[in-house]
Design a protein around this ligand. Sequence first.
Ligand code: HEC
Ligand code: HEC
Length: 491
Amino acid sequence: MDADGKNLHRVSESPVNETAPSVMDDGQVLYTRWEYVDKGLGNAPSLWSVRPDGSGSDHVYKNNTVWPAAMSSARSIPGSKKIVTIAGGHHFTAVGSVVLVDTTRSRSDIDAMTSLTPETGYPSSMGYPTTKFGTYMDPYPLSEKLFLVTHNPGAKHEREIVYGIYALDAWGNRAELCRDPQYSCFQPIPLRPRRLPMEIASVARAEDAKDKEQSSSLFIQDIYQGMTGIERGRVKYVRVMGALPWLWNEEGIAWSLGTDPHRKKIYGVVKVHQDGSAYFNVPPNENLFFQALDENFMALQQMSTFVNLMPGEQRSCIGCHEPRKNAPGMTSVRSLALDQPVQTMTPQPGDTGPRMVDFAADVQPALDKHCVACHGGEEPKGRLDLAGVPTEKYSRSYDNLIGKGLISYRDCAYGQAHVMAVPPLTHGSHRSKLTAQMLQDPCKADLTREEFIKIVTWIDSNVPYFGTYRGKRSLQDKDHPDFRALPLAGK
Ligand code: HEC
Ligand code: HEC
């Protein structure tokens, strides 16, 4: 917002929540993003940046790194490329150790971190940090060597403690500046004049910004960059997907067996040209991620985080993925995608428009039609029961497909997924026994191409069960009219 409180505008979008913004030296807004797109639970809150006009949302540090569980209250250090932040617990993101991060070293590797308060350690995923050496909050850097911090010097339980304001230096020495025996003090900020951060011109064109629905566009230069082991020509489409924001007033988020709490949407697919390029429109203000697909709409690689775009924003990336510090490669030929008008996404075969991924709506009807005659009843063939009978949390077919290891998916349990993104074809439909079985006798039966695509799309979405946050999900509500509601169109 402006200094007088006017012109309040949203600069970020998230499926969970985004917190603790501060303006960096270079004028970008640094903040904590919390999301669960196909990554380990319990280590989600990471550092991201965005321009003050809401464009160019970008990863700064962490993402999949398991320890520390979360980073928050980050600030850029004046005159330095480093960031100071709190390394905290998953559900108590803002309390923990004071850590310096040097993103010129790495954007995900722990080598980039130096803890200034190692005696405090990193709080665990869910637990509150209760070390006898105390904990820290709200670091404010005066230089690379000196910080103001909120600190409690240690007690058995956090509720007995009073926080005060301290000075902390790069060697871990600290001096009390202000501590009231009764009241906690937080968020020290120097009152003396400071250098203003750089001002970044808005790239969102004013007339476009008025139209909240106006599409944004993306250009991928060569999707094969970073796709180790995938031969040129194999990628035919990009599927544009999204993670829907949680509804905070719902009765609780139902996890799927892949432990992914997000509901996932398919916006559509776009063609990838022979040279790996693609240029296409996407909806603004959504949490978008991408999958590279082969001719059967099976995923070769997927992006396990998201970006959002402002209305009218245009953005490019190189591949799927090179390290994101890389500049685009030199080419003497113009990308094929740029010789054509910007593509509009189209529904993939079997779809009529954007839709949610939902097991009961997408997969079960095909199982009922083609599979349960053999895989149902008293003695199911292959000892595999694919009936859609509701079970405590999901359904018998879903429990069996996943429980018997017939699907390959990314396990997002606590502490899973670390530092590096996985190479193409690590998980998904290409690695699932179900896919192979559906293509051979006696199981292939009369499964249509559209039905096959719906099933592999569900696998590659990392096996979500529910397509909506709405409705009653517990089996004890099975007679309720809203029991396991199907998603409303596109939601
Ligand atoms: C289908 C392949 C693929 C495509 C296409 C793709 N990405 Fe990604 N992206 C990934 C993977 C894999 C990761 C790593 C996620 C992780 O940390 O586990 C990633 C991560 C990211 C990150 C987080 C930082 C990082 O490097 O880990 C950003 C930002 C990002 N992508 C932006 C983009 C943009 C912009 C585009 C172009 C429109 C794009 N991506 C296209 C696969 C893809
Ligand atoms: C004509 C009967 C028949 C139909 C129809 C049929 N299957 Fe099968 N299926 C079998 C038999 C028999 C086996 C066990 C022997 C084998 O592996 O070939 C089996 C095995 C399987 C397995 C491997 C189970 C395991 O634990 O390894 C899967 C997965 C499977 N079927 C999925 C399906 C799906 C999905 C459909 C519907 C698209 C289907 N089948 C339709 C007869 C059938």
